[in-house]
Design a protein around this ligand. Structure first.
Ligand code: M6R
Length: 590
C-alpha cells in the first residue's frame, strides 16, 4: 500500500508529480505529501486527508524546483496525522524520503539512532530511513553509498525514493519486495510505484531487489547490491495502455463493472500455444495449488471447480496469507498458480517466494504488466483488462475466471471452443448488465438500511456468493456472508429472521433444485429471497434474471448484477465505492 513517485527533469516537478500522485491514490488515501528541492533548500507540504483536499489547502503543485518526490499513504505505523504523513526527513531537514512498505526492525534502529542523538518527529517506521542515511553520510560516504548502506540495514519490505540537498537534481530509488519502476522520458526521469503514474515516458526499467537507481534529468544509472554499476534492460511503454479516466461515469467502480463484457473479450486474446503448454504442465504436475487473496481467491475457487469438472484435474486453493503454513508440502513436482490483479499483493509474493525456493513451477495470472509477481513467475498469463482503479475488484475477477475457463478447456485441447464460448458470453453479459440496472437500483433503495445480507449458492457458483458478500462489506459496510447453500442449516440459518435478505444464486444447472430447497428453508424462517437465475421460481420475492448459458459459465455472468447491487447499495448509503474506508487497492504489506 502507499504510492510513491519522484521526478527530476527540465520541467517544474511539482505539477508533474502531483498528476502522477493522483493516479497512485488507489494505493492509499489517508494522507499525502510532497517535497521539492531548489537552490539549496528543501520545500515540504504534507497533511492528513485525500490528495485533492490537501492540494486545495496547501497547493502541493506550487512547490518550486525541478526535482520533487511525493507520497500517498495507507497508514501502518502511526495514526493518520500530519506528522506521520510522508515525506520524512533527517535531523537537518536536508534529506527527504517517501516509502512504501514496512520496516520490521524500525524500533531497534530508531532506538540506536536516538542513542546517537537523532530526533524523531513521527511514529512511523519510515523515519528511520532518512536518519540512517544521515548517519552514513556523517561517516564520509557518498549519498549513493549512504542510501545503499541504509537500505541494507532495513528488514522487511520497502521501496523508497530519496532526495538530498547535497546532490541537487538527483533522486535515488531502491526496493526490496515492493514495487518500483523507473521511467525515462523526453524531459526527465521518474521513479514510481507503478507505470500508471508515469507520464510521457518512452521506456521503463524495473530494478531488482537491492539495486539502486540514480536518477538525473537526462538519464538513470543503476548500481547492484555491491555498489557496482550495471546495465539494466529497459522496455518500451505503450502509454495508451496506461491511460485511464472515469469517462462519463461518476465512479470508477461502475465504469469497471460495465467493462466486464469487454474484459472477457480481452481475456480471450491469448497465445493458444502457451495455454496448451501450460495445460499439459498442469495435467502432468503431481499436485496443483492455486494461491490468491480476496476476490482473486474467489476467482481461483471457481477455477478449481472448472479444472475438476471440465478437465478432471483436482487442485487445491490456498489463501495466500496461509500459504506458508502449507509450504512444507510444496516441492519440485508442484505447479503453483498465483492469481493477483495487481501482481503486488505481499501475501501472494511471500507464498510464491517459498514455493520457488522449494522448486515449484510458478504460473501467475496477473493484470499489471511488469509487476513484482509477473517477474517472479516462470510463466505469466495476462488478463489484459486494462487498469482497474476502484479498490473493489470487479472486471479483473471476471477476466481471471475467463482465464481459468480457457485453461480448463486447453487441458481438453478445446481452447478455441472455449474462446468462442467466452465471446458469446460477453455479448450476453452486456445485455444482462443493461437489463438489470433499474431493478437493482430499486432493490438497493429497499434494502439500504438493512444491516445483514446473506448469499448462498452451490458448486462453482458458491465462490460467487462469497464474492458478492465481500463486495457488499467492502464498499457499503453492510455485514454480509456468502456460503455454500447446503451449509446454511449447519448454523447460519439461526440468523435468518423476518425480512432478512438472502440472495439465492441458482442458475438452471446441476445445482438448481438443491439450492432452491435451501432457499425454501430460509424462506420458511422469514427470509426475503432474491433469486439470481435464468428461470423464475415462486420462491423468489425478487428475481435478478440472467440468461441461459453454458453451465460452466454461470459464475462469470451471475457475478455482474451482484457487483451492481453492492455498488448501488454503497451509493444509497452515501459511501464512496471507489475508496472504501480502511482499505487500499494494492495490499503490499503482510
Ligand atoms: O491485487 P490482488 O488481486 O492480489 O488483490 C487481492 C485482494 O486484495 C483484492 O481482491 C481485494 O479483496 C479486493 N479489494 C476485493 O474487492
Amino acid at each position: 500500500m502507499c504510492g510513491i513517485i519522484g521526478y527530476t527533469g527540465k520541467n517544474r516537478a511539482a505539477p508533474i508529480v502531483l498528476q502522477g500522485l493522483r493516479k497512485l491514490e488507489y494505493r492509499g488515501y489517508d494522507s499525502a505529501g510532497m517535497a521539492s528541492a531548489l537552490n539549496g533548500a528543501l520545500y515540504f507540504k504534507k497533511a492528513a486527508g485525500k490528495i485533492d483536499d490537501i492540494d486545495k489547502k496547501y497547493e502541493l503543485g506550487e512547490l518550486p524546483g525541478n526535482t520533487a518526490i511525493a507520497h500517498t499513504r495507507w497508514a501502518t505505523h502511526g495514526g493518520v496525522t500530519q506528522e506521520n504523513a510522508h515525506p520524512h526527513t533527517d535531523c537537518k531537514n536536508s534529506i527527504a524520503v517517501v516509502h512504501n512498505g514496512i520496516v520490521d526492525n524500525y524500533q531497534e534502529l530508531r532506538s540506536a539512532l536516538i542513542r546517537k542523538g537523532h530526533v524523531f518527529d513521527s511514529e512511523t517506521d519510515t523515519e528511520v530511513i532518512p536518519h540512517l542515511i544521515e548517519e552514513y553520510l556523517k561517516e564520509g560516504n557518498t549519498f549513493e553509498q549512504a542510501t545503499r548502506l541504509a537500505s541494507q540495514k532495513l528488514e522487511g519490505s520497502y521501496a523508497f525514493i530519496v532526495i538530498s540537498l547535497d546532490t541537487p537534481g538527483r533522486i535515488l530509488a531502491i526496493r526490496k519486495d515492493n514495487p518500483l519502476v523507473i521511467g525515462i522520458g523526453r524531459h526527465g526521469t521518474f521513479a514510481a510505484s507503478d507505470t500508471l503514474s508515469l507520464q510521457e515516458c518512452e521506456s521503463v526499467v524495473f530494478p531488482d531487489d537491492g539495486e539502486l537507481a540514480i536518477l538525473r534529468s537526462d538519464g538513470v544509472d543503476f548500481l547492484d547490491i555491491e555498489g557496482e554499476q550495471i546495465e539494466k534492460e529497459s522496455s518500451t511503454l505503450d502509454m495508451n495502455n496506461y491511460q485511464y479516466d472515469k469517462g462519463s461515469y461518476e465512479y470508477f467502480m461502475l465504469k469497471e463493472i460495465m467493462e466486464e463484457p469487454q474484459a472477457i473479450r480481452a481475456a480471450t486474446i491469448q497465445d493458444e500455444q502457451i495455454f496448451t503448454r501450460l495445460a499439459m504442465d498442469i495435467l502432468r504436475a503431481r499436485q496443483v495449488v492455486i494461491t490468491a487473496c480476496g476476490t482473486s481467491r474467489y476467482a481461483a475457487l471457481v477455477g478449481r471447480y472448472l479444472f475438476s469438472d471440465v478437465a478432471k484435474k483436482f487442485c487445491d486453493v490456498v489463501m495466500a496469507s496461509e500459504f506458508e503454513y502449507f509450504s512444507k508440502s510444496i516441492d519440485g513436482s508442484t505447479l503453483v498458480i498465483a492469481v493477483s490483479q495487481s501482481g503486488e499483493t505481499a501475501d501472494v509474493i511471500e507464498g510464491i517466494k517459498r514455493a520457488k525456493a522449494n522448486g515449484a513451477q510458478i504460473v501467475s495470472i496477473v493484470n499489471r504488466y511488469g509487476s513484482v509477481l509477473s517477474r517472479m513467475s516462470d510463466d505469466v498469463l495476462y488478463l489484459g483488462c486494462g487498469p482497474e482503479v476502484a479498490v473493489a475488484a470487479t472486471k479483473s475477477m471476471v477476466s481471471q475466471m475467463a482465464i481459468f475457463y480457457l485453461l480448463a478447456y486447453a487441458m481438453r485441447n478445446e481452447f478455441k471452443i472455449a474462446a468462442n464460448n467466452l465471446r458469446h458470453l460477453a455479448d450476453e453479459l452486456e445485455r444482462t448488465l443493461k437489463g438489470n440496472g433499474k431493478g437493482i437500483v430499486r432493490l438497493a433503495e429497499a434494502f439500504k438500511d438493512i444491516e445483514d445480507f446473506y448469499y448462498v449458492a452451490r458448486g462453482m457458483n458458491s465462490p460467487i456468493a462469497s464474492e458478492a458478500a465481500l463486495k457488499l462489506k467492502e464498499i457499503s459496510y453492510i455485514h454480509a456472508e456468502g456460503l455454500p447453500a447446503g451449509e446454511l442449516k449447519h448454523g447460519t440459518l439461526a440468523l435468518i429472521d423476518d425480512g432478512t435478505p438472502v440472495v439465492v444464486l441458482c442458475p438452471n444447472d446441476n445445482t438448481f433444485s438443491d439450492t432452491i430447497s435451501n432457499g425454501i428453508e430460509a424462506k420458511a424462517r422469514g427470509a426475503y429471497i432474491i433469486g439470481v437465475s435464468d428461470i423464475e421460481h415462486e420462491l423468489f420475492d425478487f428475481w435478478i434474471k440472467i440468461p441461459h448459458v453454458d453451465g460452466f459459465l454461470y459464475p462469470l455472468i451471475s457475478v455482474a448484477p451482484l457487483h451492481l447491487l453492492a455498488y448501488y447499495l454503497a451509493l444509497k448509503r452515501g459511501t464512496d465505492p471507489d475508496k472504501p474506508r480502511n482499505l487500499a487497492k494494492s495490499v503490499t504489506v503482510k
